[in-house]
Design a protein around this ligand. Structure first.
Ligand code: SF4
Length: 281
């Protein structure tokens, strides 16, 4: 059974369920099926990225997660995949799904229940005795907190990894792209912390947008390269990608698709500077 066929069937199955926290997605960057965990079904995030695909995105507190429901939904999803794979004589889970990813409609680490949710995932995977990779896709804004650091250490002990967002080469770009007032230097300190705790990839959206009748593509490479130079030996590499799904934010009107040529140009220049880069147009 091919992963693509399984994904179609899984999507159809998920549509018949009323899952609040679990969703299957075909991930370009993970290159296959990803089982997403959404700790923000209320669409609240502490950032407001101009390319964000979450409809009705708002700022606000994390909702209370009904952890037993999350656990039951993930268990059901993995059981279903295991049954399908056994029926088709395929090694279960690990050969069919690329990861279980904390992502969703807001920043996972802002949820006070993120550490508990991670433990639930660990418990379920131990029960299944399957080496499925667990990923945290994060904007990195909470790395200064001890409980988040501890959770990321636990993720590391599970063999997991972090995808840490960095879309900018300057403070102004961070503000424009992510609506974050955090200075780039402070964000980089958080990246440094993350790299010491767990395998960390930097994930960067290459974004083209119209500003004052001019097309601007970010991040600006000189600032971005300078920012990351010190982390070359510390991070696993850079995941570079264009925006593939339409932004649901008001700023969507100024966005333009970034061409494959531009993304490959970014990737080439970064590789010339010694970075390990995976590019996704
Ligand atoms: S950090 Fe993620 S969820 Fe939050 S606004 Fe940005 S893209 Fe959307």
């Amino acid at each position: 059974m091919e992963a693509q066929a399984l994904f179609c069937e899984l999507t159809a199955y998920a549509a018949t369920r009323d899952w609040q926290y679990i969703y299957p997605v075909w991930s370009r960057r993970a290159q296959g099926i990803s089982i997403g965990i959404n700790l923000h079904p209320n669409h609240c995030c502490n950032w407001h990225c101009i390319y964000c695909q979450v409809p009705g995105l708002q700022r606000g507190p994390s909702p209370v997660i009904a952890m037993q429901i999350l656990q039951a939904e993930l268990q059901e999803c993995l059981d279903w995949i295991t049954e399908q794979s056994m029926a088709h004589g395929v090694d279960p889970l690990s050969s069919l799904i690329q990861d279980i990813a904390f992502a969703g409609d807001g920043e996972p680490t802002t949820s006070p229940q993120f550490p508990e949710a991670l433990k639930v995932v660990n418990h379920i995977l131990k029960h299944h005795q399957q080496p499925v990779l667990v990923r945290l896709i994060t904007n990195g804004s909470q790395l200064q907190y001890a409980h988040v650091q501890h959770a990321i250490q636990c993720l590391n002990a599970m063999g997991g990894e972090v995808w840490f967002k960095l879309d900018a080469g300057s403070d102004a770009e961070m503000h424009a792209l992510n609506d974050s007032h955090v200075p780039l230097a402070l964000h980089l300190q958080r990246l440094q912390t993350c790299c010491t705790l767990c395998t960390t990839w930097v994930q960067t959206a290459v974004v083209s947008r119209q500003v004052n009748q001019q097309m601007i593509t970010t991040p600006s490479l000189p600032g971005y390269i300078k920012a990351l130079e010190a982390y070359q030996g510390k991070m696993a590499g850079i995941l570079l990608y264009g925006i593939s799904r339409p932004s649901q934010q008001a700023a969507a009107v100024c966005l333009q698709p970034t061409s494959e040529k531009v993304i490959q140009g970014y990737a080439g220049e970064l590789r010339e500077h010694g970075f390990n880069v995976r590019a996704f147009s």
